[in-house]
Ligand binder design. Sequence first.
Ligand code: URA
Length: 231
Amino acid sequence: MSNGEQLNLFRQPNSQPSTPAEINTELIPTNVKIPIPQGSYDNMELLTQHCQSCQRCELGATRLNAVVGRGNIKAPIVVIGEGPGQNEDETGLPFVGKAGQLLEKILAAVKLDSEKDVYICNIVKCRPPGNRVPTTEEIAACKPYLLEQIRLVNPKIILLTGATAVKGLIGDRRGITKIRGTWIEWEGRLCMPIFHPAYLLRNPSRERGKPKWLMWQDIQVVRAKLDELTV
Ligand code: URA
């Protein structure tokens, strides 16, 4: 009798499979009912392939490209956005439009290199039509991929850009204005909610107390924490 058959003997009739060995990982992209247990992926390549063919939610029907991530897959900082926009859908890369250019500037202002110091990804991998906010179902369908990405990168710090990223990853429904700039511990990792760069594009004032000024404060706190953690 094989090990798998022996395990099945001990499983309760309706219980979920508990180890990656027990599920057929090839089925992951086909149906949201297939679980994605922690440890399903041992590299970003297979996860990327699965995202590119994924039909776990309706966004799979309208995307041009799944947008998985860019940057250093061993970076100390993971930046999480909401979801791809048009530029990202067309290129397959996150944060490459106007908001992305501003994100690059913000990171560069504290000498964070987007190729070396950060890995950038999103709550959902596929563009919501018309850039609407992803639904709870879409977020839930995609979340196990994100959890695997975080596990593989193993960052010291996670930056959550905007309320959808905060709600989508850690389930905190407080407004971003209330919680930005504060450290939140999630699953043993340090998370910092920050404004979404697109919000800063709509609020360009640099005056003290305005969103751009607050972002400058927050990113300096992040830089200081990274320095503290890497001595
Ligand atoms: N906004 C996001 O939240 N993510 C992107 O990748 C681009 C814009």
